[in-house]
Design a binder for this molecule. Sequence first.
Ligand SMILES: C[S@@+](CC[C@H](N)C(=O)[O-])C[C@H]1O[C@@H](n2cnc3c(N)ncnc32)[C@H](O)[C@@H]1O
Length: 357
Amino acid sequence: MANDKLMKAKEVKNDEFYTEYKTISDEIGHYRNQLKGKIIYCNCDDPSWSNFWKYFHNNFASLGLKKLVSTHFQKDSEPSYKIEYCGGDDFNIDAGKISEIVGNTAKINGKEVFYTAGDFRSEDCIKLLKEADVVCTNPPFSLFREYLNQLIEYNKQFIIIGNQNASHNKEIFPLFKENKIWYGASIHSGGVDFRMPDDLDSYSSNVFIKNGHHYINLAGIRWITNLDVKYRHEGLWHKNGQFDKTQAHTYYEGNEDKYLKYDNFDAIDIKSANEIPIDYEGMMGVPITILDRFNPEELELIGIGSGSMAAKIGVKKNYRGRTDIAYTLPDGTHKCPFSRVIVRNLHPIKKSEDLGY
Ligand SMILES: C[S@@+](CC[C@H](N)C(=O)[O-])C[C@H]1O[C@@H](n2cnc3c(N)ncnc32)[C@H](O)[C@@H]1O
């Protein structure tokens, strides 16, 4: 029994956070033109309550979708079901054709694994994944890496929501670096409200009641997608894909003493995206929030400034014996800046040649 409770708490901690309708509509509206004629698959969504199902159902005609399919995870070995909708009764969220899906056993790294019905890794769900054009959901936080890797493996388009901590991960960061994934359009700061189950024995202190239900406000939430988004054509120095001549720029030339050089890696430290000098040709360590304004025409992502990923790009051991980038302050103290990614300006412009402002 105690173990059951622990399991439940663990599951909730990781996975049971439900997305609000407005969070979804604020994001999906940015992709209207890219969703026309597409088959949408929500593969972690129980249509009896999922707002993803509800949003795409309500907006089926207005988005010009071809088909909407939803499946959800069945915890025991019972069958689950898929529901598909091809239009005609958009505001009746029960409208759709239901059919049974089942679990299966698979051999993973020589081990027999049983996927219960509706597990995104099960045979039935993979078959539906292959038929889909765009996958859209809030997947289980605890399986985020595996979930994303599956989407990449099957070459799918997707709009999914998760925690930005995943971006530092050694399997996920390379996808950002290779411009295979990026942040979505609507969330770039602040916290996001998620609904939680109402029947838990206890809640953490940051859970609150809204409209009679339990909610939590989570920081660091981002949409992750591989569909085109406007900010990717703007970034630091562009507007709608054009160099923005109306902006004042920051220069390294003349301000060299403002930028600290790392002790164990050949790059300068930048404290905020607005301080990235347009004329610097070398590598720069910038806060990971650069991903919220990342235009791949402007910057190249080189790597992460800490841990084993930093060692890979040549960061040497620092004053603590670790491969985390570090600098020495004018008073002689050493410091590792928080959460840096290493970037390089693809088209540095000399101060004397800058056509901006
Ligand atoms: C973060 S919740 C989000 C639910 C819903 N997509 C939403 O946005 O409101 C993730 C859901 O995935 C379910 N889940 C857990 N493991 C799964 C798996 N292997 N395959 C499919 N769904 C899973 C969880 O039960 C949970 O309901």
